[in-house]
Design a binder for this molecule. Structure first.
Ligand code: ZN
Length: 313
């Protein structure tokens, strides 16, 4: 159990990783420790550099807010092997590739938007998983991807024939040529160091190049109404909760300027949605007619923001 940092002014000791990390929303900590300072794992705010401790935001989830810049983040212990094979087939996604049609629909929508700002050239996707976006984008761009997961990358290489590197983005060697576009689709919230990742992406862009990011907007109406029950609150996979303001700050600190902020709809297959709502069991079986009923649904709760930022020419 980590001890509170020297000099930290603690209202209470609330760090009990064996229990709190997996505490449900609305668990005991949420009420009892509201307003208390949490002794967490992160010493300095990733965005503004302010030294912790940080204000509790959703204490039952060990999620805090930086008083300096407003960035909201998970301040609990990191977990090893989060992105094991079960991430894409059970824990986070029911079966990622079974929803391929819906994923491709989302990626084509994002690609159409992207192409309003950059029409072609070299494109890098950070967090490319199975390479479905790269497969859609290569009609218009020379594409490459990076992801920490080996087996979806193997699929991208072997089944789709796209060029992907496996590993952390920040550990990758500098490319020989800069990129015209760097994309991070629903990736920023998972990264160990999202602000540094944005800086790296900016450094790898050619003058006039574009960074395209989608991530949850913690300042959205849905997030404000739902609070700690917002569907996007699930640490430790979702570690960072940006708002328009904090994401803008991260992008501008990296020397880019925001050109557009949009709120795209997201398509999902009914079968995976029923799995998310009902879990495995009789209800899910009934809702999908035993797996025979599946179709794509597009919802827009306006809580996923799509930010386009450009490097000065
Ligand atoms: Zn901060």
């Amino acid at each position: 159990m980590p001890s509170p940092r020297a000099g930290a002014k603690l209202g209470d000791t609330v760090f009990r990783p064996h229990r709190d990390r997996l505490a449900p929303p609305g668990g005991r900590l949420a009420g009892a420790n509201r307003g208390r300072i949490i002794a967490g794992m992160i010493d300095r705010c990733e965005l503004c550099g302010r030294v912790g401790p940080f204000e509790p935001r959703w204490p039952g989830w060990q999620i805090v807010r930086c008083g300096g810049c407003g960035l909201i983040f998970y301040d609990g212990p990191p977990e090893a092997n989060l992105y094991s094979e079960s991430y894409f087939s059970g824990t986070e996604y029911r079966d990622y590739l079974a929803d391929e049609r819906a994923h491709r629909r989302n990626f084509r929508r994002r690609l159409r938007t992207l192409r309003r700002y950059v029409s072609g050239g070299r494109l890098l996707e950070v967090g490319c998983a199975y390479g479905l976006f790269l497969d859609e984008a290569r009609e218009h761009f020379h594409v490459a991807g990076i992801d920490v997961c080996q087996w979806p990358n193997d699929y991208a290489r072997e089944a789709l024939g796209v060029e992907v590197a496996t590993g952390e983005f920040l550990d990758q060697p500098e490319p020989l040529q800069p990129y015209d576009a760097v994309c991070m689709w629903d990736t920023l919230e998972h990264l160990p160091h999202p602000v540094r990742a944005i800086e790296r992406a900016a450094a790898w862009l050619a003058p006039g190049g574009v960074l395209a990011v989608t991530t949850n907007d913690v300042g959205s109406l849905v997030a404000c109404v739902r609070g700690r029950r917002w569907r996007q609150v699930h640490p430790p996979t979702h570690r960072w909760y940006f708002s328009r303001a904090t994401l803008r700050r991260a992008v501008e600190q990296a020397g880019l300027s925001v050109e557009a902020v949009r709120y795209p709809g997201v398509s999902r297959g009914w079968a995976s949605m029923a799995h998310g709502v009902f879990g495995e069991g009789a209800l899910q079986h009934a809702a999908t007619l035993g797996g025979r009923l599946n179709f794509d649904l597009t919802l827009n709760l306006r809580d996923i923001m799509y930010v386009i930022a450009r490097k000065p020419a």
